[in-house]
Design a protein around this ligand. Structure first.
Ligand code: SF4
Length: 332
């Protein structure tokens, strides 16, 4: 059985940065560290940080007055920052810069009097943050069908924004419907669907063209992981999401000549390596890397944590070196 391994896959620059922020904060400060929401949507990452002493909370008011809290990579509404200020919290902001970009666009459009159509998943924490920038002026739609149900006067000034981790193809359909119903709508820049989402979907498409079975490593709560499964299935492959190797059903391998492995942007690569080893123990060859894009992206740390690290004599170059290692991806 052939094993094909997607490149790129796994940690994106926003996830790397968010985890590094928490790791650095743990090194720098000796007081209890809180993180609002799962820092990234991966159960293993959260569990590993909990073992290092981090307390995860869902709401700002669960952090004791005067405490220190990291805001997760998915972004937070302005009301969370206001609440934190009221409670005298020290906020370390690990919001991915690409999510921040969408927030800034929402803020600008709202100020200019636009009604915003936000394409995304209802209930996803990123949407809560983006909507919070202009709650009264924003309509969330999940699909092309929901666009048709919008009751807006025909001359409404409309701007469209998207969740960063949607399937590129699904967005295309919804955006086309918006343009059909509201020709005056200003569509978002293509870059609002983040590079990592786009690249991982391109890689899984390449895998799906050559594999009967695709295993996607990532947590159920991870939007971009679920989209990878959708994209593989849309290409005609059988695709399963697993949190870790323990969730693989050996029956999936029946009659499979070629199996593909990839992972969502918040899944640590050691979990992928475990899956590959398991496949090899079940008749798989040495894995072959299938590259869609040579991805070399990383984001600088937030300036406040960099300054705090410098003040405490903690070397942030170590972080940079580790990230370069991550970007080189698989050691096949
Ligand atoms: Fe940022 Fe994209 Fe990663 Fe989300 S998937 S954290 S938007 S880089």
């Amino acid at each position: 059985m052939k094993i094909l391994l997607a490149n790129p896959r796994g940690f994106c620059a926003g996830v790397d940065r968010a985890i590094d922020v928490v790791e650095l904060a743990l090194q720098i400060y000796d007081t209890q560290l809180y993180v609002k929401h799962a820092i990234v949507h991966n159960d293993h990452v959260v569990q590993r940080l909990e073992e290092k002493g981090v307390t995860f909370v869902e709401h700002v008011d669960e952090v004791p007055t005067g405490g220190r809290v990291v805001f997760s990579a998915h972004g937070s509404p302005p009301s969370d920052y206001a609440k934190a200020k009221e409670l005298g919290l020290d906020v370390i902001d690990a919001t991915c810069p690409l999510v921040t970009k969408v927030h800034l666009e929402a803020r600008r459009y709202a100020k200019e009097g636009y009604t915003i159509i936000l394409v995304g998943h209802r209930g996803h924490v990123e949407m809560r943050g983006t909507m919070g920038e202009a709650l009264e002026q924003t309509h969330l739609v999940e699909s092309a069908a929901e666009v048709d149900a919008l009751q807006l006067p025909s001359d409404t000034k409309i701007a469209v924004l998207t969740q960063t981790t949607l399937a590129v193809d699904d967005t295309r359909e919804t955006l086309a419907e918006i343009k059909k119903v509201f020709p005056q709508a200003v569509l978002p820049p293509a870059s609002d669907i983040c590079y990592a989402t786009t690249n991982r979907q391109a890689a899984v498409k390449k895998l799906a063209a050559q594999c009967e079975l695709i295993i996607v490593v990532g947590s159920k709560s991870s939007s971009n992981t679920n989209r990878l499964v959708d994209v593989a299935q849309a290409q005609g492959a059988t695709a399963h999401r697993v949190n870790s190797v323990q969730e693989i059903d050996p029956a999936w391998l029946q009659d499979v000549q070629t199996v593909g492995v990839t992972s969502g942007a918040s899944a640590p690569d050691d979990l992928v390596q475990e899956v590959v080893r398991w496949l090899q123990q079940h008749g798989g060859d040495e894995p072959t890397l299938v590259t869609a894009v040579d991805e070399q992206v990383w984001f600088d740390l937030p300036s406040d944590i960099k300054q705090a690290a410098a003040d405490h004599g903690v070397d942030t170059d170590i972080v940079t070196k580790h990230r370069i290692g991550t970007n080189q991806q698989m050691k096949v």
